[in-house]
Write a protein that binds this ligand. Sequence first.
Ligand code: MOS
Length: 767
Amino acid sequence: LMQGAMEKLVPLAPDSWIPGGVPDPLIARKHGLIGTPVSRLDGPLKVKGGARFAAEYRFDDMVYAALVYATIPRGRIVAIDQAAAEAATGVVLVMTHRNAPRMNTPAVFGSSPTAVGPADLPILQDDRIHWNGQPIACVLAETQEQADHAASLIAVTYDEEPSTTSLAGAKANGMEQGLFMGQPLLNEIGDAEAALASAPHRIDHVYRTPRHNHNPIEPHAATLAWVDGGLVIHDASQMVTQQAQTIGEVFDLTPDQVRLTSPYVGGGFGSKGLWDHQVIGAAAAQLAGRPVRITLSREGVYRVVGGRTLTEQRVGIGATADGRFQALIHSGLSVMTPHNSMPEPFILGTRAAYAAPNIALKVEIARMNMLANTFMRAPGEAVGTFALECAVDELAVQIGIDPVDLRILNEPDKDPTSGLPFSSRHIVEAWRRGAERFGWSDRPATPASRRDGEWLVGMGCATGTYPYYRMPGAEARITLTRDGDAVRATVEVAAAEMGMGTSTTTAIVAAERLGLPLDRVEVAYGDSAIPGAIMAGGSQQTAAIGAAVIAAHNALVAELLKLAGNDSGLAGLSPDDVGSVDGGLSKRDDPVRRESYASILSRARRDSVTVTAAGSPPLELMHWSMHSHSALFCEVRVNAVTGETRVTRMLGSFDCGRILNPRTATSQFRGGIIMGLGMALMEETQFDERSGRIMNPSLAEYHLPVHMDVPEIDVIWTDIADPHTPMGAHGIGEIGITGVAAAVANAIYNATGKRVRNLPITLDRLL
Ligand code: MOS
């Protein structure tokens, strides 16, 4: 999506562009609001139960949906016995491929800038089965319990066809070059194999990461109705506009015939997009002529919503006697269904990680009959850094050098694969500050040398990187309304809030620019009726929103100057001379020349003024290598008798440009680290290689960290503004998880002397 969008950008003539546009003057100084910790503005509403989530909307005459899932990985439906279900109490409709309305196949993610379909498969349109768990029937009933019961009465006969559900089988079928957003996951600089073979120090190992499923606290749900031939959907979405567009195309609707809202989302992490259930819910509502609420059970999320696919990664590093990398190889495979476009692009973070004259990076794809996998927090980087950063640790052990020093020694001065300069990279500072604060110098130099009773104690570290993105298409609409002697501002952005604090940070950014107190700014978002398109994905939403708010504020200043006219103290000034301060406009270098917003509106006899503007195109991405960075430190205790690992301390030292809201940023970093602890020690989708069935679709059997598993997590950051981003900020949503599994694995090695190269590091692997 990014690549496609970038290709359409036309760079300005070389003498007229400033890479990334003119830096925002606001990033040059500290402010009252930006950098001040602000609690979520919607927090009280959520705590009091006043925030309405997708499955809490209600329509008159609404019915409830339950899905039936296929139990074979590939084949055809021969017969569906639905008589008992249709006769069950409360049942309104049983819908299968036989009676479902004819629908278009959703456009698969990445096939156009707005396409967010899960796979290139028709939904409930024919008798074909493509994965074990595919929805094949939908029951509507007067209550959820009646629908669930009736769904359990449906008996299906299949004609099973040969399928590929084992990794060995998928490999034997042949591999293909992996693509990410249409671009090959392939980099070759110099001759890495030869350089590795001749290096004085060599590490060359295979690391494996399993499938992971999405487990947001709010399972996926939609409440929807057909109104006047159009579709109204109350959904849980991190890509509101795009989802409305894609589902509209499925039903041949124009964009104005679909209204999708998603003001609150109980966690997304990449999973809250368009899946089969919204399409089936809308089709069933059409067929039954009644509004529908469709909520996936926790098992349903595992059957319908894709997760992170498995990887097998080779990392080879060759280094000189003193530890300078001569060769860096990161290659291997990821497994996908034939029907989607999202491999686990585990080399992305390696591209800009370390200086090396010879680099070979490659992701290959093996195909399996399975659910379409998808984005899961730091897709690529989260698992890629496990392999890369464990290998760096193994090299440090071999050379006998401190792993922090080894990383700093190999810090690149420009992007080693693209050749671009870094826009803002202060990872060495993050390492030094983190090591100091964590007490890294106290690390046991020899593995398995520190013991406290039954417990072996060790420390490990790792680096994380996550790219800075900013997708084009963001717009903001600002309305300034007179309210007595003051004004209120409403800022509308087509953004999504997954719970991470986007609406709060947007209010901070808008209030800062408008020169208004926070309680005078209201943010509207999460509604497909709002102009523009922004997505909570790729950790880029805040930058995209910021660019749009900056553009809209500039438009507002121009509009207000026109309204101010010749009688104002601002008369004759151009928008470039004017800034917003204390509820009005002032000349930048002469604050005496000012007029309040209320006064301008009042003299112009206006109650309000509204402007809309689009964010500048993200040209910065063409000129700089831009990333968020982390230096992670971990202390573990491993029980010498049981093999149990307890993480006792974690520190994340981040370099992510300017931190806009320290309160919500801290939560983002901590939450990412906690998700990384799950990845390191617990999370694993159990996939039956005989049947392609996920065997542990519940929180009882798919283990995630709970409070007792989570230690004190310390979080610090450099807070150095990047002069080439709209607000000096980089994304922070996905950097937190990145590198955590390696930091834990490296600490376990330091504690036990055991190197575990397969995730999760469960106790059986340490005995
Ligand atoms: Mo993220 S995996 O881009 O929600």
